[in-house]
Structures are given as structure tokens and as C-alpha cells.
Design a protein around this ligand. Structure first.
Ligand code: NAD
Length: 463
């Protein structure tokens, strides 16, 4: 650890000097780095997909869709937008200030720290990195130790594509993270759990360092079958895709649980079963399209949920597990107890609880009885329900009649609220996330108003 301590100090010192040299402020430098990320993704596609397969058993196509494709698009959006984003924003001032002028200019924050999670180890590392570079910062990236192949790919490869004096990768787990958190950074961008988010935020508070926390939680999905009866198959397919079709549900914006009217349950379960079969065949364990659970600890966490006898009794499909293969079968539960761990913790795995309600309008109260989620999904064409969801609940995002598209759409901010996170990024919001918006005002030396100065008289100056 002594060596690591020294390494951190040395790397940090070099990044600070690089920032001070002003080279990262040049738009040309930023664009060169962004283009290099695109080049790296193209040239190292096979290597990245191999690492993702080794870490998570991600299928090549899924890896491309969820990681390489996302990064390429983000870098391209930043490259195309940067010239506009860096422009000072002229501000119209109230007449009172005439003839002064005002504008807002974006400046980089300085030397920033990014922590990534293991479930999308390439995209949640590179996506914020793109924002930090676009804004002109120097960056230390710490990928997750739980996806070691992706982490070592980034540590080995990024320095040969990006400016190594400005962008650094440091590998390690909580011990290294703890060392990093002892230092003063100009911003910490963290993707991970609420538990570690709290640790990061309290360490940042010692230095008054601003944080963005991209956390998780339980994302509810409201399925109002009556109003979308013609499109119900599409809805079920999309819900299944979100639960099982991406990293086996180890996704922060996955469908955590489903809210549905009681009378629809048996048709719904049949449709879900059919969909699982159409995705993975008779035996999902043999399918190449099922990602593995990341490690034994998470496998035991998930299988532990199912071992609870009250939860076990609620299994209506699946439930088999294989510790050696880190496999959990796509599983459906019907009305597990609301006080069981599976209904109080973020599931982050391929288990789908269905919670039944008498009337789907009750879904609003159900969602409100729990912490604010990162995402709410609602499949409905009922305008009254839509309005109630938008106006009576709070969440990082609301997506009607689809899943995940809110993450992929760079025109919208992505982030949580309450316990699901602080701050936002993606597209131009990533640039803003790593920038300080500096207010600049230029006054005029004439005319001069003596009323600004003492001695005071009865005249009152009011703004
Ligand atoms: P985690 O909190 O365990 O780890 C995240 C990062 O924190 C890793 O780099 C890890 O090394 C580091 N870390 C671990 N212990 C630490 C400590 N004691 N001090 C400082 N740093 C420490 O999270 P995870 O298991 O990697 O990821 C899963 C969580 O991330 C889920 O809750 C999921 O919802 C969330 N997530 C959120 C998003 C999002 O964009 N909002 C995306 C992906 C994952």
C-alpha cells in the first residue's frame, strides 16, 4: 500500500501540473482525445468484447449494444457538440444594469476522479470520462475490481490512445479507493451502490469537493394492461428484455418489480414464460445469451433471496441456480412478502417479482411508499394515470411504454433523485457536469450613481 500511496501522489501531482499548463483547456486537445476514444473502440472491439465476456459472460452483440455502441455515440455527440458547448452564453441583463454586459462561461473544474461500477465496466468508465474530457479536465479513472478483465484492459490500453499526462487509470478495490478519497479532487463522479455512495460523499465533504452520484435502487414498472391491450405482447417483451436481456438484470435501470392488476396475473405469467422461452429456448442455462452473475458474493446474495421460504413459496417460474456457473435462472415471483429482502433491496439480477393491485391507479401510492427510484416505467395509454405518475411521484426519469431508451437518448439528462443519486450527465449534460459555469459581468465606468455610496440619505436604492 505504501507503493500505491506514492503512486497516487505522483500521478495526482502530474495531473495537476498538466491542468496548470492549460493544455487540456484547448478544444483541439479535447477533440483529439475524444477521437482517440472512438478509434480505440473500433480497433479494440474484439479485445473489449472478450474482456466483457470473461467478466460477465456478456454476448458479443449485447456487449456492443450496451457498451461499445454507447461509448461511440457519446464520444461522437461530444465531438459534434463541443464547438457550441464551449461558447460563452450571452445573458440579457435587466435594464437597471445598462450599459453593463453579462455572460456565462464554462470552465473546467480541474482534476477529477471517476469511480466506475462493474456491471457496464467499459461504458460507465468511458461515458463520464468523455464528459470530463469534453469539459477540459484532467482525470483519474478507477474502474471496478469486480470486472478485472475490463479494468485491466482500460489500464493497459487507455494510456496508448489518450494523453497519459492528463488521463490516468488506476486499478484496485476499496483500499485503493480509500487512498484516492483522502486527496482533494475538484470533482468526484461515482457510479455504484448507495452504501459506497455515502462513503464517497462523506470523504468528499472533508474537502468540500462536489460529487455526482449515479446510484441505483428499485425501479418499478407499472403495467396497465387494460389501456394497452392491443400492444400487450410488445410491452411484455420490452419488460422481459429489460429484466433478462441485459446483463441478466444486473442493471441500475432494470425493471426491478412489476405492478399489475390482480385479474391479469395468470395471462401475464404465461406471456412472460413464453417470452423467456423465445429469448433463451427450453433451457436458458445452455443459452449463450445469458450473462453470468458477476461473482460468488452476488450469486449468494441473489440465491439467498430465493432461499427465504416465504419468497420460495412465491416462485411461479424458474428458481434454479448453479453456483459453479454463477447462473440464476430467469425467475418470476408472484406477490413475495413486501417486507422480504427481495422487496426492500435492489434486486440487481434475473428475478422478477410481480406485485398485484386491485386497481392499477394504486400503483402511484405503492411507488410513493418507497424511496425515490432512478427510473419509473409505465406501460399505459391512460392519460389520467400518466399525469398522476408525472405529478405525484418523484424519480430520476419516467419512461412511458418503453424501457432503457431514456438512458440511450443523449438529449435527455440521466441521473437520480433522492437516494437514487445526485447530479446528471449524458450528452451536453456531461459537459455541464464537469464544468463550472462562471458568471462574468462587465460594467461601465460611466455613468456613476452617487446613491451607491455613503453618506446615506432618505433615498432608498432598490434592485
Ligand atoms: P459499489 O458501490 O460496490 O462499487 C462502485 C465503485 O466503488 C467501485 O469502483 C468500487 O471499487 C468502489 N468501492 C467499493 N468499496 C468502496 C469503499 N469502501 N470506498 C470507496 N470506494 C469503494 O457498486 P457496484 O457493485 O460496482 O455497482 C452496483 C451498483 O451500482 C448498483 O446499486 C447499481 O444500481 C449501481 N449503478 C448505477 C448506475 C447509474 O448510472 N446510476 C450504473 C451502474 C450501476
Amino acid at each position: 500500500m505504501e507503493d500505491m500511496k506514492e503512486k497516487v501522489e505522483q500521478e495526482l501531482g502530474e495531473m495537476r501540473l498538466t491542468f496548470k499548463s492549460r493544455k487540456t483547456k484547448s478544444v483541439k486537445w479535447r477533440k483529439t482525445q475524444l477521437s482517440a476514444i472512438i478509434k480505440m473502440i473500433k480497433e479494440k472491439e474484439d479485445e473489449i468484447c472478450k474482456a466483457l465476456f470473461q467478466d460477465l459472460g456478456k454476448h458479443y452483440t449485447e456487449a456492443y449494444r450496451d457498451e461499445l455502441g454507447i461509448v461511440q455515440r457519446s464520444a461522437t455527440t461530444a465531438l459534434n457538440g463541443l464547438d457550441q458547448w464551449v461558447l460563452p452564453k450571452k445573458t440579457k441583463l435587466p435594464l437597471l444594469f445598462f450599459p453593463a454586459k453579462g455572460e456565462v462561461i464554462s470552465e473546467p473544474l480541474g482534476t477529477v476522479l471517476i469511480f466506475a461500477s462493474w456491471n457496464f465496466p467499459i461504458s460507465v468508465s468511458l461515458d463520464p470520462l468523455i464528459g470530463a474530457i469534453s469539459a477540459g479536465n484532467t482525470v483519474m479513472l478507477k474502474p471496478s475490481e469486480l470486472s478485472p478483465n475490463s479494468s485491466s484492459f482500460l489500464a493497459k490500453t487507455l494510456p496508448s490512445y489518450l494523453d497519459p499526462k492528463a488521463i490516468k487509470v488506476i486499478e484496485g478495490g476499496p483500499d485503493v479507493a480509500t487512498l484516492l478519497l483522502q486527496h482533494k479532487w475538484d470533482k468526484i463522479f461515482f457510479t455504484g451502490s448507495q452504501r459506497v455512495g455515502r462513503i464517497v460523499m462523506s470523504a468528499a465533504a472533508q474537502h468540500l469537493t462536489p460529487v455526482t452520484l449515479e446510484l441505483g435502487g428499485k425501479c418499478p414498472t407499472i403495467l396497465d394492461d387494460r389501456s394497452i391491450s392491443k400492444d400487450i405482447k410488445t410491452a411484455v417483451k420490452r419488460i422481459s428484455g429489460a429484466k433478462w436481456g441485459s446483463c441478466s438484470g444486473q442493471v441500475c435501470i432494470s425493471v426491478d418489480y412489476l405492478l399489475v392488476e390482480e385479474r391479469f396475473t395468470s395471462s401475464l405469467i404465461d406471456m412472460l414464460k413464453q417470452t423467456i422461452k423465445s429469448f433463451y429456448g427450453e433451457n436458458p442455462k445452455d443459452s449463450e445469451c445469458v450473462s453470468k452473475i458477476v461473482n460468488k458474493k452476488h450469486f449468494l446474495r441473489l440465491s439467498g433471496y430465493l432461499d427465504d421460504p416465504r419468497v420460495k413459496a412465491s416462485i411461479v417460474h424458474g428458481g434454479s441456480t448453479d453456483e459453479e456457473k454463477l447462473y440464476i435462472e430467469p425467475t418470476i415471483l408472484l406477490d413475495p412478502p413486501l417486507d422480504s429482502d427481495i422487496m426492500t433491496e435492489e434486486i440487481f439480477g434475473p428475478i422478477l417479482p410481480i406485485i398485484t393491485l386491485r386497481d392499477i391507479q394504486g400503483s402511484v401510492e405503492f411507488v410513493n411508499s418507497r424511496p425515490k427510484p432512478l427510473a419509473i416505467y409505465a406501460f399505459t395509454k391512460d392519460d389520467k394515470l400518466k399525469t398522476r405518475i408525472l405529478s405525484e411521484t418523484s424519480s430520476g426519469s419516467v419512461t412511458f411504454n418503453d424501457v432503457f431508451i431514456q438512458y440511450v437518448c443523449d438529449a435527455l439528462p440521466f441521473g437520480g433523485v433522492g437516494e437514487s443519486g445526485i447530479g446528471r450527465y449524458h450528452g451536453k449534460y456531461s459537459f455541464e457536469c464537469f464544468s463550472h459555469e462562471k458568471a462574468v459581468m462587465e460594467g461601465s465606468l460611466v455613468p456613476e450613481f452617487e446613491a451607491r455610496y455613503p453618506p446615506w440619505n432618505a433615498f432608498k436604492l432598490s434592485f
